[in-house]
Design a protein around this ligand. Structure first.
Ligand code: NAD
Length: 497
């Protein structure tokens, strides 16, 4: 029987390359399954090494966790300029915006975690019921094991590494999967992680998520999957994880409504909405997706938003050093398709070559248009009006469970009403998007916009299991708990009710 091996194939290829036969594409095609199989084998070895390292107990001590957090912090500070360069290459982000939305946030998370780590790691004493006295009861925080963290491209550094901070702090081993659509940042993250940590503690897996991630989850049981990204891929990850009962955190997207009541401070509202909508060229999960403004103040608010756009990005944002590009042609084409689904009342210019789309205000949008059923995730802001609160709620209900919700109003009664009536993950009153930057607030969605939350102490909790333990002394061992039970009902009713 003739066995055709990868070695035979490589020899044929070398011969063909030497003779320059032009068959290299054909050999690429033949080699692909061999290379994929080898990658899977390497991956399996790597994942098994993580498991052994975790089982060795190395990651558990306070001193070890602290040291890793400090190494990560050092790495971020040492690579500050490279981070600016990578974010500029991927999204044309300015150093200032990179600091506020990426590096600074990440450092804040690390500093906060370092400050509180010792306290978070302590066992917590909880109460004990009458039936079990004089036992005492405790929650012992313990790491989950080997966890997978998957990030998106829009804030490719912090959305990937803030969960990593929680996972390290909680004593886990970590597989990190950056988005392939922000390649400069992904490459830099791989370099930073491999320089800072032993490979058994943390590794970066690069590549097409649709191929790499199912291959990993199908061959190795992770102890948790933390995913940030779109709803459809989130559902696919949930299904992959469910097969082995792997718990997940899903940080997803959605359509985030922004309400402006007629009693709002319109000048402040316009500035805050503008920055939250057009920072990162609107490619933010917490950007206001669409605006619902009280009819009486629509004209004034739109004029103020237009003024803010010019003030922030100039009259030609294409030349502004502070305005980001769209991530790729696919997303660009999708966003451009929205421009014809309403009346452009401001902006609308674009350039496919430079992936530029101007901040754009879209009026007279038909509520059934795709721009109002898909997450926009770009610098296009549809505008609706309302007179009665119910009209605005009916619009919101078309896309229920937004990740974020914003309301601008001077009335505390209205604030309370809006917060009660809309089901959302997180939000702001008289502000937009900045809630993400407050690590004291858990960040996460509800329903379609996600499962679980993180940031600050919550990040530590996500990657921690609390072992519930009751300790019972030997000196007290009453007969009531032992058979025969006959005749003890009255006493049992006294102790357990
Ligand atoms: P995405 O879902 O396309 O990709 C995210 C990650 O999943 C990437 O690492 C990618 O490699 C991987 N992936 C892609 N296809 C996969 C598949 N079939 N199977 C397994 N993994 C796969 O998301 P994106 O386009 O990078 O990010 C945009 C979306 O993320 C938006 O919907 C946005 O609202 C959401 N988002 C949410 C948050 C949040 O914190 N809730 C933050 C940022 C972005």
């Amino acid at each position: 029987m003739c066995m055709f091996t990868y070695e035979n194939l490589r020899q044929c290829r070398q011969q063909a390359d030497k003779n320059d036969t032009g068959w290299s594409a054909f050999f690429n095609y033949l080699e692909a399954p061999f290379i994929l199989a080898m990658n899977i084998d390497t991956q399996k070895d790597q994942l098994a090494a993580h498991r052994r390292y975790f089982d060795s107990g190395m990651t558990r001590s306070y001193a070890f966790r602290l040291e890793q957090l400090k190494k990560l912090k050092r790495s971020i500070l040492d690579h500050e300029q490279e981070i600016y360069d990578a974010l500029h290459a991927d999204l044309r982000k300015s150093p200032e915006e990179t600091w506020v939305t990426e590096t600074g946030l990440l450092l804040q998370e690390i500093n906060h975690t370092i400050k509180h780590l010792k306290q978070w790691m302590q066992p917590e004493k909880v109460g004990t019921n009458l039936l079990n006295l004089p036992s005492s009861s405790y929650l012992y925080p313990s790491p989950l094991g080997v966890v997978l963290i998957i990030g998106p491209w829009n804030f490719p550094l912090q959305l990937l590494l803030i969960p990593v901070v929680g996972a390290i702090a909680a004593g886990n081993c970590i597989v990190i999967k950056p988005s392939e659509f922000a390649p400069a940042t992904a490459t830099l993250i791989e370099k930073m992680i491999s320089e800072s940590f032993p490979p058994e503690l943390a590794t970066v897996m690069q590549g097409d998520g649709a191929a790499v991630i199912p291959a990993m989850i199908n061959t190795f049981r992770f102890d948790h999957v933390f995913y940030t990204g779109s709803i459809p891929v989130g559902k696919a990850i949930y299904q992959l994880a469910a097969k082995d009962l792997v718990p997940v955190t899903l940080e997803l997207g959605g359509k985030d409504p922004c309400i402006v009541e007629k009693d709002a401070d319109l000048k402040v509202a316009a500035r805050r909405i503008t920055v939250a909508k057009f920072a990162n060229a609107g490619q933010m999960c917490v950007s206001p997706d669409y605006l619902i403004v009280h009819e009486d103040v629509k004209g004034k608010l739109l004029e103020l938003i237009k003024k803010s756009i010019v003030k922030f990005y100039g009259s030609n944002p294409a030349e502004s050093g502070g305005y980001c590009k769209i991530i790729n042609e696919k997303r660009f084409d999708k966003l451009i398709s929205y421009l014809s689904q309403g009346k452009i009342v401001y902006g609308g210019r674009y350039n496919r070559q430079s992936l530029f789309i101007e901040p754009t205000l879209l009026d007279e949008v038909y509520p059934d248009a795709p721009v109002m059923s898909e997450e926009i995730f770009g610098p296009v802001l549809p505008i609706f009006t309302f007179r009665e609160q119910q009209e605005a709620i009916d619009i919101i209900k078309r896309n229920p469970n937004p990740l974020s919700f914003y309301v601008f109003t001077g009335s505390s009664k209205k604030q309370k009403e809006w917060i009660e009536k809309v089901q959302f993950g997180n939000g702001c009153v008289n502000n937009a998007a900045w809630q993400f930057t407050n690590h004291h607030l858990p960040f996460g969605g509800i329903g379609q916009s996600g499962i679980g939350s993180y940031h600050g102490k919550r990040s530590f909790d996500v990657f921690t299991h609390r072992k519930a333990v009751m300790k019972t002394p030997a000196w007290f061992d009453p007969d009531i708990k032992y058979p025969p039970m006959k005749g003890k009902l009255k006493l049992l009713k006294f102790f357990l009710k």
